[in-house]
Design a protein around this ligand. Structure first.
Ligand code: PLP
Length: 396
């Protein structure tokens, strides 16, 4: 199936690579293949391109270029930040994070617990929001780091990061935020947010998979996670992925140039999609707060329908979306995010995430609106509890 025949509603999983981004990166796979660390000019030129890209991604989040560490992905960025806080503060073994983080954080926390460390998992309410006071109360003398995502990948709910960062700063505890879902969707300013660490991933911003960054505030204690050469000013070993770094820089530049227009258009389209689905189909409710929420994300519960069956029938119409459930070793488990919100497991297994991007069109939404009501009707008529026909991961 070519991308012209797909109707793509899964932009929180990954995004289409922008043609301008492909064009910018290609020379680094053909003519400009030197090592950016080499002393001769063939390598130097490549090194300069990495420097330019660093300045562009730094500008996207209002950081200084030296505060950017390029990594292989968002997962590595978050792992590296948490790991560094534990190693640079050997007496501190307590992590605070939320119950609704991406598995990059959840699994890191679980591993930390297995190694004898402690984690406070801050719960969320029915709207998917945390209680900042509860988080504040959880901070202890031995807290090494607080890590709270800027926006949730499943519901789009946005967390009060500035407020949390201020609390952490007052207590002298490093604060990390996983901002992977927010690039190109929210205006990002690390200085205004007051964070010590922030993770981003290029493939959510119309650049390729396999390149990410960690913002590490100037002066924050740092211990590399990937240990090796002196790349990234000694903060991450490994020869730089030049083509993808250039791609990330270009994607950041494009996002900055059109953020306001893109976001306004995406929000209007998302609201029309969500409101129309709820109007046209009975028994549909939204999971998570209406606001504050990412402008592109909608997580909807379809009563008495298995999400996996909905997704299978949507797929037959060329429509790509994700379920609110994750599959573990072949058996479907409800989404940990929805369960943490107090959504009953059967509702969690009836939830579908639809996420847009700047490339989403009104025609795509119209196709979904023309197709979905009949699918839901058919499934409800067939059986109130349709069989679990497909397995699909959402924890993207
Ligand atoms: N954090 C969040 C909130 C995400 O949605 C994702 C997406 O997959 C990640 C982290 C991981 O990013 P990456 O795929 O670059 O490792």
């Amino acid at each position: 199936m070519s991308d012209e025949t797909i109707y793509y509603f899964d932009n929180n999983a990954t995004t289409r690579v922008a043609p301008e981004v492909v064009e910018a990166m290609l020379p680094y796979l053909t003519e400009q293949w030197g090592n950016p660390s080499s002393a001769y000019s063939f390598g130097n030129h490549v090194g300069e391109s990495v420097t330019e890209a660093r300045a562009k991604v730094a500008a996207l989040i209002n950081a200084a270029p030296r505060e950017i560490i390029f990594t292989s992905c968002g997962t590595e960025s978050s792992n590296a930040a948490l790991n560094s806080t534990l190693i640079t503060q050997p007496g501190k073994r307590h992590i605070i994070t939320t119950a609704v983080e991406h598995s990059a954080n959840i699994k890191f926390g679980q591993m930390h617990e297995k190694r004898g460390g402690e984690v406070s998992w801050i719960p969320v309410d029915r709207a998917g929001q945390i209680d900042v006071h509860e988080l504040q109360e959880a901070i202890r003398e031995d807290t090494a780091v607080v890590s709270v995502m800027l926006a949730n990948n499943e519901t789009g709910v946005v967390f009060p990061i500035e407020e949390i960062a201020a609390i952490c700063r007052a207590k002298g505890v490093p604060f990390h935020t996983d901002a992977v879902q927010t690039a190109g969707k929210l205006k990002l300013d690390v200085k205004a947010m007051g964070v010590d660490f922030l993770s981003l991933s290029a493939h959510k911003l119309h650049a390729p998979k396999g390149i990410g960054l960690l913002y590490a505030r100037q002066g924050v204690a740092w211990q590399p996670y990937v240990i090796g050469g002196g790349q990234e000013s000694g903060r991450r070993g490994g020869t730089e992925n030049v083509a993808y770094i250039v791609a990330f820089g270009k994607a950041a530049e494009l996002a900055m140039a059109s953020l306001k227009n893109d976001v306004d258009r995406i929000r209007t389209l998302r609201n029309r999609m969500e409101d129309s689905i709820m109007e046209r189909i009975p028994g549909v409710t939204r999971n998570g707060a209406r606001e504050p929420r990412l402008p592109n994300t909608s997580n909807l519960n379809f009563a008495d329908c298995e999400a996996e069956a909905i997704l299978l029938l949507l797929d037959r119409e060329g429509i790509c979306a994700s379920s609110g459930s994750a599959c573990t070793t072949g058996s479907l488990a409800p989404s940990h995010v929805l369960i943490a919100m107090g959504v009953p497991p059967e509702h969690a297994l009836s939830s579908v995430r639809l996420s847009l991007s700047k490339y989403s069109t009104a025609a795509e939404v119209d196709h979904l609106l023309d197709t979905l009501p009949a699918i839901i009707k058919k499934l409800r008529e067939a059986s109130p509890k349709t069989s679990r026909v497909a397995t699909q991961k959402i924890s993207q």
